[in-house]
Design a protein around this ligand. Sequence first.
Ligand code: B16
Ligand code: MG
Length: 217
Amino acid sequence: NKIGVIFDLDGVIVDTAKYHFLAWKDLAGQLGFEFCEAQNELLKGVSRVRSLEILLGIGKVELTEAQKQEYLISKNEHYLEYIHKMGPEEILPGAIELLDKLDELGIKYVLGSASKNAPLILKQVNLLSRFSGIVDGNSVSTAKPDPEVFLIGAQKLNLKPEQCVVFEDAIAGVEAANRAAMLSIGIGDKITLKEADFNFNNLTEIPENFFSEMVLG
Ligand code: B16
Ligand code: MG
C-alpha cells in the first residue's frame, strides 16, 4: 500500500494568483476594460493561453493571433517582475510542515502545475530541490481538467494513478485528479471544490494522522 503525492503549485504551495491578477488587470486596462478580483477566480488553474481567451471574453475584445501572442508575452514579462521578488516567506501556511511530514513518512511527492513558470517559482521560495519531480505547463500537451499532468506525475513517482493523492485548489484541477482516478484533496472553499474526495480550507487543517489513517488506513 505505497502512496505518493502530487501538489498543485498556485493556491496550494504559494499564492501566485494575486500576481497573475495584477498582470491580467493591467492588460485589461490596456485593452480598455475593467477586470476585478472575483473574475480572476475564473483563471485559477487554467493555462496561460486559455486565461487570455477568458479575459478577452469578459472584455468582449477580439484580437488577431499575432496580437494574442504579443499580449501573452507582455503579460508574462509583467508577471515575472513580481515572481522575481518572491521569497520563502510567501510559502503558504502548513506547506513546509506537510512536506516535512511526508519526508518523515517516506512518502514521495512531485509537482503537478499548469504553470510554465513553476520551476522558477519553486526556486524563488527555496523548494525546488525538495520535490522528486516537476510536471508543469511545459510538460503537457493538454491542460487541466485533462488528467495528463497528473498521469505524468504518477509516472515520475513510479506509482499507479490509484496510488496517488492530489492537492488542488482549482475546480479544473480537482476534475483532472478525479479523471486520473487519484484521491483528490480540495484546498479552499469546500462548496466550490465539492467534487473533491476530501476538503480542507488550507494545509494547516490536514490532520496529523491523515496519511497514516485516513489515506492508508
Ligand atoms: P503560467 P497551478 C496555474 O498554476 C495558475 O493557477 C493559473 O492561474 C495560471 O494561468 C497557470 O498556472 C499558468 O501559469 O502563466 O505561469 O504558465 O494552479 O496549476 O499551479
Ligand atoms: Mg492551483
